[in-house]
Design a protein around this ligand. Sequence first.
Ligand code: TC6
Length: 693
Amino acid sequence: MSPITREDIGEIAVLSCDYPPVNALSHAVRKGYIDHLDAIRSDDAIKAVVVRCEGRTFHAGADITEFGKPPQEPHLPDVVMALETFPKPLVAAIHGTALGGGLEIALGCHYRIADPSAKVGLPEVHLGILPGAGGTQRLPRLAGVENALDAILSGRHVKMKEAAAWGVVDRLAGDDLKADAVAYAKEVVASGPRPTGDIELDGAKYDEAFFANFRKSIARKTRGFFAPEQCIRCVEAAVSLPLVEGLKKERQYFTECMQNPEAAAMRHLFFAERQVARVPGITKETKRRDIKKVGIIGAGTMGGGIAMNFANVGIPVTVLELNQEALDRGLGVCRKNWERSSRLTADDVAERVKYLSGTTNYEDLADCDLVIEAVFEKMEIKEQVFKKLDEVLKPGAIMASNTSYLDVDAIAAYTSRPSDVLGLHFFSPANVMKLLEIVRGKETADDVLATCLDMAKKIGKVGVVAGVCHGFIGNRMLSGYGREANLNVMKGAMPQDVDKAIFDFGMPMGPLTMADMAGLDIGYFNRQSMDRNSFDTRATDWLDRLVEGDRKGLKVGKGIYDYAEGSRAPVPSPEVEAIILEESAKLGLERTSISAEEIVERSIYALINEGAHILDEGIALRASDIDVVYVYGYGFPRYRGGPMHYADAVGLDKVYARLQEFASIDPDNWKISPLLKRLAEEGSSFAAFDQSR
Ligand code: TC6
């Protein structure tokens, strides 16, 4: 049965699509449209048509599950063209989210009416493609070139007020969208079809300089991506060519996007992000606890940032500090952060501040449903905090630690109720970064985990479940990544060579610039408390020497790099280069030139190898979860799909062969994951491994 049904209301045919969950434009839906249009074309009793959807939303786009498979006719651009050239007026009735191909269907219709709460958008760029069913040609004609570029390149969901101002929607409906759409269709019978493609754009206004400026304005955000440039080229075609010619260009650029590895990587992330919430033992039926009030221990950068997340969504949050001065300072920073946000009005800020309070007294947290500790990373301090929480919190309250490395099971053992304890590892700045590692201790109760998974979604985070180990998923993987970067410096590269190679690979910054930003003294003090046999001192002795020479990083104006006063831009330091040469001579290392390719392989393959260990040990549930962690928490380039997807794209046999070479030189540093070895030998992939579970 076709997912599209027809109901005739007088002389108006109403086509309703019912294809849960989001009315994606699958083959059956596309065919349904063509079949119904063919029938209505020759039905003299019908004078106009309403196009609408049942369920929670208008079409949310092309069916992403069909991408990468052989395309089946009718293709979406042909369906949209069939709508646009239909001889009777068509009215799209939009509710929910008309996204991608969904908006393109609406643009193919001659008139549009929408529920005021609906949103529209062309999010294809987030899938590494472009709106290839005419969106790049029709949206500029209807909304104007500037607005269309904004929508297509940002992929954002545009609210109805703005969409109506752009001219994308003609009319806002009252309480009954379907009835209003039918009434509108009756009205436009007399006006007849109004094809969007008939609108002409003023090509002269949008010259080369206009597009050059636009490219410049988004260059930082789109560095390394393929699809954004293709999108811009399409809009250039829209201003200079008639619709049919522009559509041909759009098809060409769309096909190029589909063939680029970026599309597969971004599609992988789309599904990976939705997989993370699927956790063994947790179902819809699993009980949830109510989170009506939250407490945060610590008003530092982390504690304050975490608190903001809850106030943002209207959950009262109380921050605890040891003294009033630190508390006032911390709460003041939260307020300032909100005030600085260009997206918030003064009223929005006031609303958020209302939900934020402070205390210096643990008893004030007694009625909290969830308390998150964000204090200094020392087990003795965690012990004090959790013992105190255990004493004061009501039964059933969830106790979480924001620790980034420490043993959550040991922390839970400080309380009399370890099943109520888990790790909630936020990433800095906690009010901005989307990743939340949810660390499941060996005794964490299912309902505690389920509650925190839901809570992550509510506060706009992507929650990824991790098991307990030193550094969980993300930070544990970093150690090999950093070690190789540091070792490359001893073996022949200069810091700027290492950083440039990694930056060019797509990371937001190189590991050595990152180390300077974090402060070299943090790692230094950490190492002082560690057994020198437990890590490769060749990678770190030169850094220790920098710290001992008061080069602690950006905060003191000198570290691995020099920094001009007031500047955050790293400048290669002759003093450090001399130290590097001396230190590698001391190690007896013969300095050789190391290619950018090898620098990348050493650091990124170290991530992958550790990721495979983590997967094998069950610390991460899926390889795709690791990808989500790295993309959302560490800025791994989205267009590479995360480290594990990248390994699949390179080919696990190639990665494994390279790991063997590295292991033959530095066996202690490169313990190859047995899982990676097995998958490589079987000609398999991490994706296949995920699917097999
Ligand atoms: C395009 O249109 C290209 C056109 C040119 C062609 C030439 N297809 O996100 P949720 C599934 S590209 C297939 O959890 P929400 C999703 O996987 C497309 N499946 O729900 C999930 O399945 P599960 C441009 C899809 O309420 C379920 O629906 N459009 C699609 O939080 C629920 O999804 C987009 O990029 C799809 N298009 O958010 C829009 N969309 O339950 C993508 C969703 O098995 N979609 N599913 O895990 C969204 O942004 C959101 O789904 C939402 C609803 C805002 C529509």
